[in-house]
Design a protein around this ligand. Structure first.
Ligand code: SF4
Length: 364
């Protein structure tokens, strides 16, 4: 794994992006922002799931005017997604938003852009320039590749903000295909020190979307590129957060939060591993400390994995073996496997961190 690329930090509320800060996980609300109750509920769920920053679409003034109430009730930095209308950016800033996603080139009047930048500067609100491969201008130099065109456009937009003496900038360069995304970020990584928001966009429904994002984001992070990530899925935003956190944990960039080890199952399986592992994931969604659970279908590999977990179960012929802190604790009938495991998880979490050994922490 390469050393992380140097980037200058920007702050969104209480979260620092870049400058060596931990890689943060972002998502976007999928509610109508004008529906304040539904939006606040979704923000609470995202915050509980461990999301660090959330973006909201602000398509009109009604949505912008909902932001101040939403901002007051949300315990997480919020970014307003603005296109074309500078009044929406001003309204979002006045509502207390923590960041803007806005392309300066989409604001037609220079005076309007100047006004946005003045307001953002006064409140130290960063602006993310977001270039999307699907909406590039058609007047490009022949022979330039798609990633090159994305980078050129991003740097042009950066210059528009720098010309107004504004440097609280983040950049994203997203495409729906993985190689284009990777190439674009690789190209820009050496050309700017602004922090990079990394993700594969319009990546599809959960399985293929998670795979594309994991490949794109994972390869870039492995190369040291990326300060904040957003997994984009056509589905529940909580899955975006779960996937993002798992990418970070898998690369050793995050130790906090629960991880579930479960076997793929086979002809030896004596319990419903898939259902139980899903129940465990739900139960552990809001756990922020390192915590590892093993759900294993039989005694071939089960005891070994359970010995490296905080809590685990391994299926036997007519019973299930329950482990705690790496040690066999008891056996229960197979139809009680799920209840026994969830009970053991609750019990282990209620006494943490005293019971958890240093040895175990290192294994997580
Ligand atoms: S742990 Fe056992 S049940 Fe699960 S895949 Fe391996 S051999 Fe099969």
């Amino acid at each position: 794994m390469r050393e992380r690329r140097h980037s200058v930090p920007v702050r969104l509320g209480n979260v620092t992006v870049g400058g060596g800060a931990p890689v943060s996980v972002q998502s976007m609300t999928k509610t109508d922002t004008r529906d304040i109750g539904a939006t606040i509920n979704q923000l609470r769920c995202l915050a509980d799931a461990g999301c660090n920053i959330v973006r909201l679409a602000v398509p009109d003034l009604e949505a912008a005017s909902a932001l101040s109430t939403i901002r007051r009730q949300a315990a997480i930095p919020l970014v307003a997604d603005i296109h074309f209308d500078y009044r929406l950016a001003i309204a979002a800033i006045e509502a207390g938003i923590d960041g803007l996603r806005l392309n300066p080139g989409n604001i037609s009047q220079p005076d309007h852009l100047r006004t946005i930048v003045r307001h953002a500067s006064e409140r130290s609100i960063p602006i993310r320039i977001g270039v999307n491969a699907g909406s590039l201008p058609h007047d490009y130099q022949p022979g330039t590749s798609l990633p090159q065109r994305m980078v050129s456009l991003a740097l042009e937009q950066v210059q528009m903000l720098e010309a107004l003496d504004f440097q609280h900038i983040k950049i994203s360069l997203k495409a729906s295909d993985v190689p284009t995304t990777i190439d674009a970020y690789r190209l820009i990584a050496d050309q700017t020190a602004y922090p990079l928001h990394v993700g594969v966009t319009e990546a599809g429904p959960p399985i293929c979307g998670a795979i594309r994002n994991t490949l794109g984001i994972g390869v870039l992070l492995y190369m040291g590129i990326g300060d904040t990530i957003r997994v984009s899925l056509s589905g529940d935003p909580l899955m975006e957060v779960d996937t993002g956190k798992e990418i970070l944990r898998s690369l050793g960039l995050m130790s906090a939060g629960a991880s579930v080890i479960s076997c793929p199952t086979c002809g030896r399986t004596s319990l419903d591993v898939s259902t139980i592992a899903t129940q465990v994931m739900e139960r552990l969604r809001s756990v922020t400390e390192p915590f590892r659970v093993a759900v294993m279908g039989c005694v071939v590999n089960g005891p070994g994995e359970c010995e490296h977990a905080d809590v685990g179960i391994a299926g036997g012929e007519d019973k299930v073996l329950v482990y705690r802190s790496g040690t066999f604790k008891r056996s229960v009938p197979i139809d009680q496997a799920s209840d026994a495991l969830l009970q053991e998880i609750d019990s282990a979490l209620s006494v943490r961190p005293a019971e958890t050994s240093e040895e175990m922490r290192k294994n997580v």
